[in-house]
Design a protein around this ligand. Structure first.
Ligand code: ATP
Length: 231
């Protein structure tokens, strides 16, 4: 019992820090948890599979084996004290929904859930989950934009509005950005640029680009993509 109390104290300490509980440590949950750790966030990882828990031991702040569909099990791990919880259980839709229902009844302020498909996502939204994510769908869309054009990276910030990384087209070379008139003519803004072998910097009206400079274009998706296609 004393050992268990100490164990729960550790979860409490994690919950008080800049921390996230990640439930389901498959490929997506694992990658998300490791990225959070590398940016200094404390992570409580939970998975039903002992082998997965063992393999991540020592790599996350704490990793425990538990069945997340059971609210009592989550409470014993002090998950109810976390402000942010990610549910990364994709293929077992029933387990995902039961886990979310338990988290919602514990009134977790920010619940992020991976949806396997639209039907799963709709149920999660109807339950009242705060953030539903569709990693495969979103990555598929993103790669489609990369495959289609000259973009080196593409991020649709919201429906119809995007950021595109590409090489500065020749019409921008040697001209102050303020004199190019591209906002009026193309409906996009150059937000930042990177000279070869240098760091990224914010762009402004005085910026003059040259061959090989990379740029970050911001604007309506179709316009930003069209601009990225310019030679
Ligand atoms: P991936 O992220 O690898 O694509 P996936 O979307 O296929 O994963 P699953 O493999 O179903 O999702 O689940 C991810 C992880 O969630 C697995 O490691 C699994 O052991 C864990 N998991 C499934 N059900 C539960 C549960 N009830 N409680 C805790 N963990 C669970």
């Amino acid at each position: 019992m004393a050992r268990f109390t100490r164990f729960r104290d550790t979860q409490r300490r994690i919950a008080e820090a800049d921390s996230v509980a990640v439930i389901g440590l498959g490929r997506f949950g694992n990658s998300l948890a490791m990225e959070l750790m590398s940016s200094g966030t404390e992570v409580l990882g939970i998975d039903a599979d002992e082998d997965i828990v063992q393999s991540l031991n020592g790599q996350l702040t704490q990793v425990v084996r538990a069945d997340s569909t059971k609210e009592e099990a989550l409470r014993q791990l002090a998950v109810n004290e976390f402000d942010r919880v990610v549910v990364a259980i994709g293929s077992d839709i029933q387990a995902s929904i039961l886990t979310c229902s338990a988290l919602l009844s514990m009134k977790i302020p920010q619940i992020w859930v991976k949806a396997a498909d639209d039907r799963h996502g709709l149920i999660l939204e109807q339950l009242g989950v705060h953030h539903v994510i569709y990693p495969e769908k979103e990555m598929g869309k993103r790669v489609a934009h990369l495959v289609r054009g000259a973009a080196m990276d593409f991020l649709e910030i919201d429906r119809g509005y995007a950021m595109v990384k590409t090489v500065a087209p020749s019409r921008l070379h040697g001209v102050r950005l303020g004199d190019t008139g591209i906002r009026r003519s193309h409906g996009v803004t150059i937000a930042a640029f990177q000279r070869p072998e240098s760091a990224w910097q914010n762009a402004d009206a005085e910026t003059v680009l040259g061959p090989g400079d990379k740029i970050l274009i911001v604007g309506p998706t179709a316009k930003a993509e069209d601009f990225a296609q310019l030679p």
